[in-house]
Design a protein around this ligand. Structure first.
Ligand code: ZN
Length: 217
């Protein structure tokens, strides 16, 4: 009984593989006849379409780049290394960064950070949106949309601030971030410490709140 069980898959194996080989040959042959250009574009044996594949034109472009741009390639490569080298705050939209920061910091809209009175005049709201100085109608104190936020009086514009946060979140080093933003490495280190302290304080506040909620329940 055990002998028959072993014998069955052994006899079945070669029978199953030979017809599939035949199908592969005919379909490959017809595609080669029908579309000869496709076969030329295929990567050579061993290259594959996987992680190491470089297109024929891309390879020409890379070689042309190495030769100082005088090769046959008509374009230069545009990939991660080029983006990393070129990317800076100017790639970001200044108004989009500013509006996003204001919305994050003031989800309820413009209001006086000292007494809480909302900015009702549409003219003053526009000034506030452009980060201009606004005087509170109730308490008379001056403020901007950034008063009281981390960005206030730091010398970083909104684009640089967003890029700083993004690069810190992605784990970039202080020196790399400093050169991207055109600021001092020590400044980046201080921002890193500041954000770390902020996160820690936030986590403590959240856990305290959770404990208080549990005790009340
Ligand atoms: Zn006020």
């Amino acid at each position: 009984m055990s002998v028959a069980g072993i014998a069955a898959p052994l006899t079945g194996a070669p029978a199953a593989s030979s017809p599939s080989q035949g199908v592969g040959e005919t379909s490959g042959g017809s595609s080669r006849r029908g579309c000869p250009q496709r076969v030329e574009e295929r990567p050579e044996r061993g290259q594959g379409w996987g992680k190491n594949w470089v297109g024929k034109m891309e390879m020409q472009a890379i070689q042309a780049d190495r030769q100082g741009g005088h090769g046959r390639g008509r374009f230069r490569p545009v990939g991660p290394a080029q983006v990393l080298g070129a990317f800076g705050p100017e790639f970001l939209d200044a108004a989009a960064c500013r509006d996003w920061i204001l919305l994050q910091a003031h989800p309820a809209g413009p209001a006086c950070p000292w007494c809480g009175k909302p900015v009702s005049s549409s003219r003053l709201q526009a000034t506030w949106q452009n980060l201009g100085r606004v005087q509170c109608a109730a308490c008379g104190r001056f403020f901007t949309g950034l008063t009281g936020t981390a960005l206030n009086k730091t010398g970083l514009d909104c684009r640089r601030y967003v890029l700083l946060c993004l690069l810190l979140a992605l784990g970039a080093g202080d020196q790399a971030i400093a050169s991207k933003l055109g600021i001092n490495r020590e400044t980046v280190r201080r921002w890193r410490l500041r954000f770390a302290a902020q996160e820690k304080a936030q986590a403590t506040a959240t856990s305290k709140h959770a404990t208080a909620t549990r005790e009340r329940a």
